[in-house]
Design a binder for this molecule. Structure first.
Ligand code: ZN
Length: 243
């Protein structure tokens, strides 16, 4: 299935992040501290100066334009990748920023959150991964906090496979991922990387300021399937976080 031009390096690295032959994970040996040494193509995991995730802090006031988000209900499937639970998307959902359109490819979850906001970690974070026709990547991230049960999230809980490598179809499920975003769509913006190998940089990050709620049972369901799958925060270095 050809969603974007595959010759472009960032998108190629995204594909590699999904299906690389080199095994990586979150345990001691193959975990984040060693990713940069597992394969030559992962070297930027340890040498990159613009890595994700980060602790979002020292914000710069900027006049950020509202994100124009056009998500549809075309979910294809939910996959247990071993390293995360991922929902794949059919073409047709996108968002626009900086005059450029980014198509939603997939979204996936991390327990606990990868990014921190002012030093605070959240119990879970979702990453909506997009690519432009030019092959540039952009992520919209949303934090989850414990509270009321989230009826939209429950659709994924009800369909997620327990076994690594398994995939369940969502084609008959009417579900718009826009419902996983907070009503208030104010966001932080900065440059970063993929948070999993090959850790490619040049990814535009948008992190929603407002968290959304989920129940303790829903968090437990994700934790049971994914385990702890957060890369620790990395230094901002010269980067600024705009708000
Ligand atoms: Zn992620």
């Amino acid at each position: 299935m050809k969603r974007v031009l595959i010759s472009l390096s960032l998108v190629a690295s995204l594909a590699m992040a999904g299906a690389t032959a080199v095994e990586w994970g979150f345990d001691d040996k193959k975990g984040p501290a060693n990713w940069g040494d597992l394969a030559p193509e992962f070297h930027i995991c340890k040498t990159g100066a613009n890595q994700s995730p980060v602790n979002l802090t020292d914000f710069i006031e900027a006049d950020l334009a509202p994100l124009k988000i056009n998500y549809t209900t075309k979910s294809e499937s939910v996959v247990n990748k071993g390293t995360t639970v991922q929902v794949n998307f059919a073409k047709g959902s996108s968002f626009s920023t900086d005059g450029e359109t980014f198509n939603l490819i997939q979204y996936h979850f991390h327990t606990p959150s990868e990014n921190h906001i002012n030093g605070k970690s959240y119990p879970m974070e979702v990453h909506f991964v997009h690519a432009s026709d030019k092959g540039e990547l952009a992520v919209i991230a949303v934090m989850f906090e414990e509270g009321k049960a989230n009826s939209q999230l429950q659709v994924i809980v009800d369909n997620m496979p327990m076994k690594k490598g398994d995939e369940n179809s969502l084609e008959k499920v009417a579900f718009n991922p826009l419902d996983l975003l907070p009503a208030d769509k104010d966001y932080y913006k900065f440059n970063g990387s993929l948070t999993t190998p090959p850790c490619s940089e040049g990814v535009r990050w948008q992190v929603m300021k407002a968290p959304v709620e989920m129940s303790k049972e829903q968090l437990a369901a994700f934790s049971k399937v994914m385990g702890q799958n957060n890369r620790p925060v990395l230094p901002l270095n010269a980067r600024k976080v705009m708000q």
